[in-house]
Every structure is written in C-alpha cells, then in structure tokens.
Design a protein around this ligand. Structure first.
Ligand code: HEM
Length: 535
C-alpha cells in the first residue's frame, strides 16, 4: 500500500519506469547528475550497439565491478553491533586510563563477533573458536580488546600463526573443508604442536558450538598491563561475562541449524536488539602483580595458559550493552578494523610473543584489506574524541592537516597545528636486556597440566561431549598415524579419555604417551589451583 501512489509509466519496450515525487528523491549519478532513464543503456538505433559515451551506464557497471574487497584472512565471517560500556567503580588506583575514572560514565562501543576458520559465506554453527572484538571509543582514543570466546590460544609464538591458519582452513588442492576442524591437515598440525593441546581440549568442548553470541564469554587472552598515574604497573587479564550465562547447542543441533539457517547467530543478535532485548556482558579483570606472577606454575607471557579464577578472582568493573544494530553491514561490520595495537594511556602490552606478533599483523593486513593508510577515516574506525596530526594524503584522505603547517616543530604559533602533551601516551619503562636469540623460554614447556586441569574441571556430561567430539573429528582423519599421535598426547592429559577415544576410533592398541618436555616450574598436579578444583 505504501507504494500505491508511486507514479509508474511503461516504456516503449514494456519496461517499468518509476518517477521521483510523492516523497521519493531524484536518482542521480555519483556526480549528482539527475538520471532520466535507469532501465536502458544508450544505443545507436533501437536495436543497435551500446554507445561508449554512456557515462551513466559505465559509472554504474564500473562501481558494481569493484564492490568486493578482500575478506579478512581469518575471522572472515562476523556480525557486529553498537552499544556502550558503563563503569561501576573508579579504578584510578590501578590505571590512569580515562575510561576507568568516573563511575556511571558511558563510553560508546562497537563489537564484532566472528568465527575464525570459515570463509565469509560459511555457516554460523561450525565447530570453531568465536572472535569477540570490542572497540571502545574512549575520550583518549580508541581502545580495542581483540579477544576470543576461549581464554587460551593454540600457539605460543606469532611466527606459527600462518602455519596454524593454513592448516585449519581449506586444503589448498581441494579447497575444502570450508569451516570445520575435521580434516587431516588440522589434526596433523595439532599433533605436531603439543602446545596446542590445552586449546584442543577447549575447542572439543561445547564452547565452540555456542547457542548464540549472547551466551558466550569473551577473553583478551594475553596478559596486559594497567599503569596508574604514579607509573605503577599491575598485570591484568580481561574477561567478558555474559549476563545471560553460557549456553551451547549439541553437535546434532548444530548440524541441523546449519542446514536450516546458516545465519542463525546473526539473526539471533539482530532480532534480540531490534526487540529491545539488549545483550549485556560484564567486564571482569584478573589483577596481579609481577611478584605474584612469579609464583605461578606457568609463565604469564604464555598464551596457552590461563590464570585459574579460583586463584585470582575476576573483579567485575563495568558492563557492556549492545543496543543498536548497524545501519549498513558493509560500512560498519565489514570495514571495522580492530587492532591489538590500539591501546590508550594507562594500558600497556607485555612481552607475550603472540601479542607482540599480533601488534604487527592487524595494521598490516588492514592496509591491504581496506585499501591503504586512510581506513582510520572511515566513520566506524575514526575516534569519537578530537584527533589531529600531520599525517596527510594517500588514497581517499578525508582529514588532511588544515592551514599551512604539516610538520612540527614549527614557528607558526597558534596557527601551527597540534603539539605534544606531557599527558600523552607513555610506554611502561619495563627493564629489558639479554642476548638476541631465536628461542622459546623453558617456562613455556609444560603443555599438558592445564589441559588436564580443564578436562577434570568439566562435569561428566561435558567430559562425554569432549570425548565424542574427539572421536567424531578424528574419525574424519584419514591418516592413521595422525590419529595415533593425538591419542599419544591425550595419554598425557587423561588416561581414561585417551582410552575412550582409542576405543571409539577402533584402535587395537594405544600408542605410548607422547614425549613431554620436563616442566621447569612446579608441575600443576601439586599446584594449589588444582587442589581447589578437586575439592
Ligand atoms: C582477526 C582474535 C591471534 C592475526 C582477528 C579477529 C579476532 C582475533 C577477534 C577478528 C577481528 C574482527 O572482528 O574484525 C585473535 C586472538 C588471538 C589472535 C584472540 C590470540 C590470542 C592472532 C595472531 C595473528 C592474528 C597471532 C598474527 C600474527 C589476525 C589477522 C586478522 C585477525 C590478520 C584479520 C584482521 C582484519 O582483516 O581486520 N583476530 N587473534 N591473530 N587476526 Fe587474530
């Protein structure tokens, strides 16, 4: 009915023409030229060839031809929404970060959830890690917490990331599978990388088939630093705790949902927000100092380890609410560029070798994905606080320096543009020294204790799901030696689990346990964290 008063005429060839008016604007070219006919190209004679001078036709087709940009090299499939972060209590004793100073203050936020391995068009319910990337538009710049829904990672050093992702994505000759872990390359790599065993236990758990994004936890994974106004540093792990609690589907449900509605998670988030049922998470901090970190059985710089919440409780300091869907999926969700390097005064990195590598990778890939150095001018990526510098030009520059000055120091006084501020970003002056070596620290050597800790902390039902997932995934692996190697690692995690998986795979005999490096720190078997869990 709303289109009833639209004036419609038929052309000579019977084509429909709708004419502007009655509230609809005039269609124009990109140059603003009003268009009289969008149905027919310009022809020489009514049945003749199309004329090269048809600027409207050429502009329209040329633009369409260039619609696609490279999909993200990982986390290609994602879904985003706007919202805000609201602080519960001042954290000024721990950090000078502006976002953590004034209780009750709201900071705008944009969140993108994603799967990791699948292509842009893959299904939402694949067994996969979920990305949980949060951009906080603070008054002192954009702060990104680029996290996942699992607190640990597969690898310890970023130099292995291309290998991990190549092994997880489709095999290069056959181009499949698109979005699942059930194939030889993935398990071959995992079986040769014992450091991945802790994460393998998590991805075989129900966490990797969440019911919806709204029922997932998020983790910053790495140890970061918070630094207060006096320059004192505190180590921190970031957590997002869903107000709705955690829920997953079971594998059979995941398969059915993928078949019936591969957009299930997108639709769930869109529908919830449109209905005013805004999803919420609380920001949790695990805070500890350097001396305390030394007492752990593992290294806090090792991203394959977590800090048990029983040992360092999670302090909830604020809430994240998603209350607005995007207006345009491409402009916002596709073009948003998260980067671990985006931090603000009062927050700093640690030497986690995975984090250090990530700090290079994101900006590098975004230069290609978003077409050059000016993607920070796209509204979804631009800070919401004033930003001024002397960077200029490049493709599609929108915020060039104004006036005469495009360098500093300069003699132009108030007309000379922006200047430094003592309150600006200062890196934490951590002491660093030592020989330059291509090496893995001994303190990273224990690959099994936390995998075991995770497994035994699960309920019997959850343990059963892990065993079934392992049997299902490994039964898709065609190479017997790879199956055996995985079982040899499971023997170092839990003998019953290894036996169950071995039986499920029809192994006549179990292999020997994989050779394990001797942990230099105390084995977690005797650690206080484990005894708390056991009791
Ligand atoms: C993308 C998380 C490790 C390179 C992403 C995204 C997330 C994420 C959530 C999607 C961002 C978005 O929604 O746009 C993580 C976590 C890691 C990890 C939690 C480990 C703790 C790494 C490592 C590298 C890396 C080690 C490379 C050395 C990338 C790249 C992208 C990406 C290149 C695509 C970015 C883009 O095109 O905008 N990661 N990642 N990640 N990650 Fe990671």
């Amino acid at each position: 009915a709303q289109f009833a008063d639209q004036q419609v005429t038929l052309g000579e060839g019977g084509e429909t023409h709708q004419v502007a008016g009655n509230g609809t604007p005039v269609l124009t070219t990109q140059q603003g030229v009003p268009v009289a006919d969008d149905q027919n190209s310009l022809k020489v004679g009514s049945r003749g060839p199309t004329a090269l001078e048809d600027f409207h036709f050429r502009e329209k087709i040329f633009h369409f031809d260039h619609e696609r940009i490279p999909e993200r090299v990982v986390h290609a499939r994602g879904y985003g929404a706007h919202g805000y972060f609201e602080l519960y209590e001042s954290l000024s004793d721990i950090t000078s970060a502006d976002i953590f100073q004034r209780p009750g203050e709201k900071t705008p936020a944009f969140v993108r959830f994603s799967t990791v391995a699948g292509n842009k068009g893959s299904a939402d319910l694949a067994r996969d890690v979920r990305g949980f990337a949060v951009k906080l538009y603070t008054k002192e710049g954009n702060w990104d917490i680029v996290g996942n829904n699992i607190p640990v990672f597969f690898i310890q050093d970023a130099i292995k990331f291309p290998d991990l992702i190549h092994a997880a994505k489709q095999e290069p000759d056959r181009g499949f599978p698109q979005a699942q872990t059930a194939h030889d390359n993935f398990w071959d790599f995992a079986s040769l990388m014992p450091e991945s065993m802790h994460m393998i236990m998590w991805i075989m758990s129900d966490r990797t088939i969440p019911r919806s994004f709204r029922f997932m936890e998020g983790f910053g994974v790495h140890t970061f630093r918070l630094v207060n106004a006096e320059g004192k540093s505190t180590f921190v792990k970031f957590h997002w705790k869903p107000k709705l609690g955690m829920q997953s589907v079971v594998w059979n449900e995941a398969l059915k949902i993928n078949g019936a509605d591969p957009d299930f998670h997108r639709r769930d988030l869109w529908d919830a927000i449109k209905m005013g049922d805004y999803p919420e998470w609380e920001l949790g901090l695990q805070l500890f100092d350097e001396d305390f970190a030394e007492k752990f059985d593992f290294d806090v710089l090792d991203a394959t380890k977590l800090i048990p919440e029983e040992v360092v409780p999670v302090r909830r300091v604020g809430r994240l609410v998603l209350d607005r869907c995007v207006d345009n999926f491409f402009a916002e969700t596709e073009q948003v560029a998260f980067c671990t390097q985006n931090i603000v005064p009062g927050i700093d990195f640690t030497n986690d070798p995975l984090l250090q590598g990530r700090n290079f990778s994101y900006l590098d890939t975004q230069l290609k994905r978003l077409g050059g150095p000016n993607f920070t001018h796209i509204p979804i990526n631009a800070p919401k606080c004033p930003f001024l510098n002397f960077q200029q030009d490049g493709h599609m520059a929108m915020t060039n320096p104004k006036g005469r000055a495009n360098y500093e120091p300069n003699s132009w006084g108030a007309q000379g543009g922006p200047r430094e501020s003592p309150k600006g970003y200062h890196s934490y002056p951590a002491e660093e020294s030592g020989p330059k070596l291509r090496i893995r620290p001994e303190s990273f050597a224990d690959h099994y204790s936390q995998a075991r800790q995770f497994y035994i902390s699960q309920t019997p039902v959850e343990q059963d799901h892990i065993a079934r997932a392992l049997i299902f995934e490994l039964s898709k692996v065609e190479t017997p030696a790879i199956r055996m190697r995985i079982v040899s690692h499971l023997l170092n995690i839990d003998e019953e689990l290894a036996q169950q998986v071995g039986d499920g795979l029809g192994l006549k005999q179990l292999p020997k346990p994989a050779e394990a490096a001797k942990p230099t720190r105390k084995d977690l078997k005797e650690s206080p964290a484990l005894s708390i869990l056991k009791n």
